[in-house]
Write a protein that binds this ligand. Structure first.
Ligand code: IPM
Ligand code: MN
Length: 356
């Protein structure tokens, strides 16, 4: 019996999570695992109603879970980033979810905005460091609102944080066994604090002689992702660069509507969420594409050890996109959020019946 905390969050969060839950339910029936869903109604509405973002003791409760399934956080009614910092960053930091795993995979050629690309050309994954860097919340204002205002934000890297991220990336690269190439992306030429990434990467690489090591500065990486995406296999990078590059990666797959992610501490409770935001302008309209959330449920199942169910979910999404049944990933595809969720469930069941 798995225990999943379900946090729909803000904006389109509740409607996409509802569809993710349908796939989870179907997968549990097909693959014979059981789970308990523990509702966690945190987000902006909850905050505005109660004055509390996350209640005391919530992290003790979360530590009892096998995983957390999050929709999206962010709402223009409150101070920019307030709820995101407490919930998304709060969970990442407090539960020490030091890996942000963001796979970039093209499921159907027509979804890619680049010319002359086949599905096999876009198959890589980001390993984004998830608890340090520019996100460490070391910032301040001085003389705020005056002509002499100063604003600072420090990025910080620890040997422990950098090393465990790089190790995870090498292990993942080995496990994928595709191109066996790990690219370190940093900006060590301009930001000398990134020297810790250069050195640690070189040291850890010695333990993985079968993995080809590669390096790109972040600006060049952005360029290469568009020019030659089939070069990449696994990319390991800092928190901020991973944030930016993974949105570009999402567009290579066809859009944010398909891009799934996991905030992971190997072997411990981890959090799974689409990489897109709460899209307030589409909230409640039943038009947001739930596939990124459904794929995130797949990543969650993989994390808890239900790898067969995870693969089935991914194959199902692939089939719906490749066949054109889900023609595109935008909110203007003509398909409703719940229709796409139902199609996934139907296809999941059909493909399992065909196999049986
Ligand atoms: C993401 C998001 C978050 C981030 C925001 C909402 C704080 O953009 O998960 O990529 O920057 O990490
Ligand atoms: Mn982001």
């Amino acid at each position: 019996m798995y225990r999943f905390a379900i946090m729909p969050g803000d904006g389109i969060g509740p409607e996409i999570v509802r569809e993710g839950m349908k796939s989870l339910e179907a997968a549990s029936e097909i693959f014979g695992f059981k789970y308990e869903a523990i509702d966690m109604p945190y987000g902006t509405d909850h905050y505005l109603d109660t004055g509390v973002i996350l209640p005391d003791g919530v992290f003790d409760e979360l530590r009892q879970m096998d995983a957390i399934f999050l929709g999206a956080i962010g709402d223009p009614r409150v101070e920019t980033g307030l709820i995101e910092r407490h919930i998304i960053a709060g969970v990442r930091f407090t539960l020490d979810l030091y890996i942000n795993l963001r796979p970039i995979q093209l499921y159907a050629e027509h979804l890619c905005p680049l010319k002359g690309i086949s599905t096999s050309d876009i198959d890589f994954t980001f390993v984004r460091e998830n608890t340090e860097g520019a996100y460490a919340q070391l910032h301040g204002f001085f003389k705020k609102g005056t002509a002499d205002e100063i604003s600072t934000q420090q990025m910080l890297y620890t040997r422990k944080g950098v090393e465990r991220t790089i190790r995870y990336a090498f292990d993942l690269c080995k496990k994928r066994n595709k191109k066996n190439r790990l690219t370190l992306v940093d900006k060590a030429n301009a930001l000398r604090s990134h020297d810790i990434w250069t050195r640690t990467f070189e040291e850890v690489a010695k333990e993985y002689p079968d993995i080809e090591t590669d390096h790109a500065y972040v600006d060049a990486c952005g360029m290469w992702m568009l020019k030659n995406p089939n070069w990449f296999d696994v990319i390991v990078t800092t928190n901020l660069f991973g944030d930016i590059l993974s949105d570009i990666g999402a567009m290579l797959q066809g859009g944010l509507g398909i891009a799934a992610g996991g905030n992971i501490h190997p072997g411990q409770v981890s959090m799974f969420e689409p990489i897109h935001g709460s899209a307030p302008k589409y909230a409640g309209k039943n038009v947001a594409n739930p596939l990124a959330t459904i794929l995130s449920a797949g990543l969650m199942l993989d994390h808890v050890g239900e790898s067969e169910a995870a693969l089935a979910i991914e194959r199902t999404v692939q089939e719906l996109l490749a066949s054109g049944k889900v023609p595109d990933l935008s909110a203007r595809s003509g398909l409703k959020t719940d229709q796409i969720g139902d199609m996934v469930v139907e296809e999941l069941r059909a493909s399992q019946e065909a196999r049986a």
